[in-house]
Design a protein around this ligand. Structure first.
Ligand code: SAH
Ligand code: DHB
Ligand code: MG
Length: 223
């Protein structure tokens, strides 16, 4: 549906010149497709943006909610220095199995801790483990739970850390105050919570590209 749109051609133009083909990333998308996973990984351009953000905050510890086939996880894990760690949470065992193979193919298995289970069940354990705070959190799972995931992200992040939430615009549906769509309600609940949250500074950027019209939220955790 987006194949003939100018923004798809624009994504291709910039990806060709700035993002570059990469065997493990291409293989992760190919195996996700072959295994029948939904084609909802981040775009190459957004994967690289996540990587640049992680590098910009010198991330040593990254948390991802929603692994799918590990495509965004590869981008994020590659931003880590030696000894850094990506913890990524996935509810679907099949998605996790595909992701584990893709991360191994990318040579990243030693840097990535893939945990299977509903994130609201696996997050409390991460807190109990009391590891170092996260420098970057990427929330990209079931949208109804966005506000709960954001609360966890805030609790587990260091001051100055960054939280990114994918898919907050959904073809503009987010602006419909009468929407009954669970994903839209999940985003609106998060945004309305952030309106009164003094501990973060946040903004949203709308995006258009090969995945259509959407957007992401970027928040910085204050001291
Ligand atoms: N970040 C991935 C895409 C994630 S798609 C990428 O860009 O490559 C969303 C993923 O969240 C799916 O794999 C889905 O199974 C997972 N998910 C849905 N509900 C979840 C939950 N409650 N806990 C953890 N993962 C969940
Ligand atoms: C959907 C989920 C995503 O994380 C995404 O980036 C695009 C679409 C979805 O569930 O439709
Ligand atoms: Mg997404």
């Amino acid at each position: 549906m987006n194949a003939d749109m100018p923004w798809t051609a624009v994504d291709r133009y910039f990806e060709t010149r700035l993002v570059r083909p990469d065997a493990p990333l291409d293989a992760a998308l190919a195996s996700s497709r072959a295994e029948g996973l939904p084609a909802i990984s981040v775009t190459p351009a957004f994967g690289k943006l996540l990587q640049l953000l992680a590098q910009t905050v010198d991330a040593r510890r990254i948390l991802e909610v929603g692994t799918l086939g590990g495509y965004s996880a590869i981008w994020l894990a590659r931003a880590l220095p030696a000894g850094g760690r990506l913890v990524t949470l996935e509810v679907d065992p099949k998605h996790a199995r595909v992701a584990a193979a893709n991360l191994a193919r990318a040579g990243l298995e030693d840097r990535v801790d893939l945990r299977i289970g509903a994130a609201l069940d696996t997050l409390p354990r991460i807190e109990r483990e009391a590891g170092p705070a996260f420098d970057l959190v990427f929330i990209d799972a079931d949208k109804q739970n966005n506000a709960a995931y954001f609360d966890w992200a805030l609790r587990l992040s260091r001051p100055g850390g960054v939280i990114v939430v994918d898919n907050v615009v959904r073809r503009g549906a987010v602006a419909d105050a009468d929407s009954r769509d669970g994903a839209v309600l999940g985003v609106r609940r998060l945004v309305e919570r952030l309106e009164h949250e003094p501990r973060v500074s946040a903004t949203v950027l709308q995006t258009v590209g090969e995945k259509g019209y959407d957007g992401f939220l970027l928040a910085r955790v204050l001291a």
